[in-house]
Design a protein around this ligand. Structure first.
Ligand code: ADP
Length: 592
């Protein structure tokens, strides 16, 4: 990305703070004039003292001079303090505000993206996080460079240069010639150092990951007595890192020395030139200090150029990935406008094929109908495409071909938020957010009152257990067992109260007792709703009014349990395998 493009991209984030930017700029210019006062005063002092001494004036004549210098310097310092405070404070405020806005924008943006965005390889959560973090920090530094650092530096250098030219054209020219040389060396320095810095960052990441994985694998490491191998591995990274660090420092110091040398050449030329003019009576003696100080005002800001150059380069690299995420408008979820008064829950899937973005075809020509207020079970071996169907019904993905109708209207035409508000989803492991039990249930309907939360918990058969806890509904939800958390998820659905419910292996991660315990909650939530359930539990499957059997992405059988059992097809096989795994024979003997 080019710098000008990047500049245009961050401008919208800076625009809301236009006034602050202008205020900072004004202060900056005021500051750059104040910065030259010392040089002017010094010249004035040296010249006046020199004149007094030449004229053999008494000491009392000097008091006038001391008075003027004190007043001017103190006033200048006062102005400078105010300017510096304002400049730093507004600059920092600008940086903080812009960082906040950029972070918020990216979060809002990615929340609006389709499921494809999250499941694609390049957006694995770790990678996404790194790209966002690096993007935000480098952009923030860029804003700092563009609007806070560069301007005062250049303003100072510029004003000093103008004064130098005003004092003497030749002296001004010397400074002007030194600047491009400085620029060139700074650029070389930045290019050399950026490679080192990038390597350093990689080393740091590898080292940090290494330490985390050591801690996570400590049991295995110790049981295989691999402590010394791990220590050696760590030592290798450490050595490479040290090497790189030393190289970085060496390069830095070499360039700093070269720049210092160039600067000194400038100083020497200016001294020689000014001395010549003084001896030639073209200037007063105060001009020597005056010119050296002005030259310093020109060169010291430029000394920092390599840092800015480096950071701008970083920003160019990292912001690319960041803006790729921010501007992925093709990823935004699609939505229709259809929002009926009421949904009755007739689902018709017609000739649906589905291919995941990575090319895996998960569904082939799927056709089935789910009647309102009935429970339909999706049955099939792992990978058959059951969860994919739920993903399509929830509009997380759109079918590659074919259509899905809800109450006779294509899902594509539904307002996506409206649709999801009318669908409840219970997964194998429901996400329990950090927070209290009450907050977690409230996620189903943030407007619900406390009595409504309790009512929902009662319906999900979890209330009795919650009130046994010392803090009741204010207990940390993460302390609950898997089965209890699953019932919290069901209570959440009672609050949401959608007419359609999808249950994707709701008991798969639970042990037998917990499964038994949540059966009542599941039966309660299924009542009077259109339900599609994916389950490996025989009891939940045979309870369903309708069963759809999938095999390798195709719908191979449909019907009731009895019909499909008699069919002696795929369902029969799966059913028998499930029954055998339960060792029904032995169980029956035990009951006898
Ligand atoms: P089931 O729920 O029956 O176990 P899924 O619907 O999860 O099966 O998977 C069906 C097929 O789609 C499998 O081959 C699986 O590997 C593939 N699949 C599932 N999710 C994704 C995804 N996000 N990206 C690519 N392929 C996927």
């Amino acid at each position: 990305m080019q710098l000008s493009v990047l500049y245009k991209k961050i401008l919208p984030f800076v625009k809301p703070y236009k006034k602050m930017v202008i205020a900072t700029l004004l202060l900056t210019f005021l500051g750059s004039f104040a910065a030259q006062v010392n040089a002017v005063i010094l010249k004035y002092t040296v010249d006046t003292i020199n004149n007094l001494m030449v004229a053999h004036e008494p000491l009392s004549k000097g008091f006038h001079l001391i008075g003027i210098i004190s007043v001017v310097l103190l006033t200048k310092e006062l102005v400078n303090s105010v300017v510096q405070f304002g400049q730093k404070f507004y600059g920092e405020k600008l940086r903080i505000f812009i960082t906040r806005d950029i972070s918020q924008t990216i979060v809002e943006k990615i929340l609006s993206y389709r499921m494809e965005f999250y499941t694609s390889d390049e957006n694995e959560s770790g990678k996404l996080q790194t790209r966002i973090d690096l993007g935000i920090s480098s952009l923030t530094r860029l804003v700092q460079n563009f609007f806070i650092d560069i301007l005062p530096l250049f303003a100072n250098a510029f004003v000093a240069l103008v004064i130098m030219f005003y004092a003497n054209v030749y002296v001004g020219l010397v400074s002007l010639c030194i600047i491009p040389i400085y620029f060139y060396i700074s650029q070389l320095q930045a290019t050399k150092l950026s490679g080192f810095r990038r390597r350093m960052r990689n080393y740091r990441e590898t080292k940090n990951n290494g330490i985390i994985s050591l801690i996570e694998s400590i049991t295995v490491i110790k049981s295989f007595v691999r402590e010394s191998t791990e220590a050696d591995r760590h030592e290798k990274i450490q050595y490479e890192m040290t090497e790189n660090q030393l190289e970085t420092r060496k390069t830095s110091f070499i360039f700093e020395s070269i720049k210092s040398f160039v600067e000194q050449i400038g100083v020497v030329i200016i001294i020689i030139l000014t001395a010549y003019f003084v001896l030639n009576n073209q200037m007063t003696i105060g001009a020597i200090m005056f010119h050296i100080m002005l030259f310093n005002n020109v060169s010291s800001p430029i000394r920092q150029l390599h840092r800015i150059y480096d950071e701008v380069n970083d920003a160019l690299i990292y912001s690319e990935g960041f803006f790729d995420i921010l501007e992925s408008d093709k990823e935004i979820e699609t939505s229709g406008n259809y929002m009926p008064e009421k949904i009755s829950g007739l689902i018709e899937v017609k000739n649906v094929d589905f291919i995941y973005p990575n090319g895996t075809q998960a569904l082939y020509d799927i056709n089935f109908t789910v009647k309102p207020n009935e429970t339909t079970a999706l049955v099939g071996l792992s990978g058959a495409g059951k969860s994919t169907i739920i993903n399509l019904l929830d509009k997380f993905y759109l079918p590659s071909s074919g259509q899905i109708f809800l109450d006779g209207v294509d899902l594509v035409d539904y307002n996506t938020d409206f649709l999801r508000k009318n669908i409840g989803l219970v997964l194998q492991k429901n996400h329990i957010f950090k927070g209290t039990i009450a907050e977690n249930i409230l996620y189903g309907n943030p407007e619900a009152s406390h009595p409504e939360i309790i009512e929902a918990a009662k319906q999900a058969y979890i209330h009795e257990q919650v009130i046994q806890l010392p803090k009741g509904y204010d207990s940390d939800a993460h302390l609950l067992s898997g089965g209890q958390q699953q019932r919290i998820a069901i209570a959440r659905l009672f609050l949401k109260n959608p007419p359609i419910i999808f249950l994707d292996e709701p008991t798969a991660s639970l042990d037998a007792i917990a499964t038994e315990q949540i059966k009542k909650s599941l039966d309660a939530i299924k009542k009077d709703r259109t339900v599609i359930i994916i389950s490996h539990s025989i009891s939940q499957i045979i309870d369903a009014a309708n069963i759809i059997v999938l095999e390798k992405g195709r719908c191979v059988e449909k019907g009731t349990h009895d019909e499909l059992y008699d069919n002696k097809g795929t369902y029969h096989q799966i059913f028998m395998a499930m029954a055998n795994s339960l060792n029904i024979e032995k169980i029956t003997q035990t009951f006898d």
